[in-house]
Design a protein around this ligand. Structure first.
Ligand code: ZN
Length: 324
């Protein structure tokens, strides 16, 4: 069964452990249905206006339900992630803005950098992990992501699933924690929040109370099991973001729903601490993975990480690597 062989991102709360994962029946998800749908010429990306000048481009028909964001100022626009890369994203973005576009990735797992090669202005951290991932990910690593059962309505027309890979890209500017991106009328602060990956970022619009959380937090099964995940870093980063919650109006996560309650960040922060302290019983999965269920989300981690082992932080990783 699909749920037992692939650690689906999709399960939405409240899903009991072991419940059948019928994610296709859950899309479009309730929180997304509450947003204003924007009509675009695309049979793949579902576009929503989350806030004035903030668009979510959701790939709801593939089980990752990856969400890329277009944030528009008066002078330029920023893409926060570029999707899984199966269908070009730029033609959709160009229906939404004519402004010059810069790209920034929430992290460099495959499902967030897939469309990077379509753009020439890319901001990135200078970590060794990020550099390794700039080479792109080969088909062998991603084949399972485009297997028939990975789609709700079958593979999209025009997609070559047999050759699917992500293309190499290179940054035009190296950024660091605390840097800002001024779009004109909107200033975004870049927060380096390592943990999920060494190069995980969050994006803060302090004036509007918006925090883009990437894969550090979303209302579904949070993947924290690959060798490049560092749970010490993750706990620290969650604490840092949770401290912002009183000033936040909305979280804009990178999977499933384009809007989440900021208070969930605090719950997530507490959850990971308690999971690591052994306070909960997890459900064991294949490949040393173990899942812990909470009312609003789940944490999918791995035994080596819970035992304090550290994986390779330099080699790079698509986000799909199992522990040996
Ligand atoms: Zn992701």
């Amino acid at each position: 069964m699909f749920a037992s062989c692939v650690p689906v991102r999709a399960p939405a709360p409240p899903l009991a452990a072991g419940a059948a994962v019928r994610w296709c029946e859950q899309v479009p998800r309730t929180a997304n249905r509450a947003l204003e749908r924007v009509k675009v010429a695309s049979s793949w990306f579902d576009v929503y206006r989350v806030e004035e000048g903030v668009f979510a481009l959701i790939e709801a028909s593939q089980f990752q339900e990856a969400i890329s964001y277009l944030i528009v100022g008066t002078k330029r626009a920023l893409m926060f992630d570029t999707g899984i890369g199966l269908i070009p994203i730029r033609p959709v973005v160009e229906q939404l803005t004519k402004l010059p576009i810069e790209v920034l990735n929430s992290h460099t797992h495959y499902d967030h950098v897939g469309g990077n090669a379509e753009f020439d202005r890319i901001l990135a951290l200078g970590t060794p992990y990020t550099r390794a991932n700039q080479r792109g990910f080969p088909h062998a690593e991603l084949a399972g992501e485009v297997a028939p059962e990975s789609f709700c309505r079958g593979a999209p027309a025009g997609a070559d699933t047999a050759a699917f890979q992500t293309r190499a890209w290179s940054p035009s500017r190296i950024i660091a924690d605390g840097d800002t991106v001024d779009l004109g009328g909107r200033v975004l602060e870049i927060l380096h929040v390592p943990g999920h990956t060494p190069d995980a970022l969050a994006l803060l619009d302090r004036a509007k109370g918006l925090l883009w959380t990437g894969d550090s937090y979303y209302d579904a099964t949070i993947w924290l099991y690959v060798p490049e995940t560092d749970l010490d870093d993750y706990e620290r980063s969650m604490s840092r973001m949770a401290a912002l919650v009183p000033a936040l109006k909305r979280l804009l996560p990178a999977h499933n729903t384009a809007s989440a309650d900021p208070v969930h960040l605090v719950l997530g922060k507490d959850a990971i601490r308690q999971v690591r302290a052994g306070a909960f019983h997890g459900v064991e999965q294949t490949n040393n993975r173990i899942v812990f269920w909470f009312p609003d989300f789940a944490i999918l981690t791995s035994k080596p990480l819970l035992e304090g082992k550290r994986g390779d932080q330099v080699r790079g990783g698509s986000g799909l690597t199992a522990w040996p």
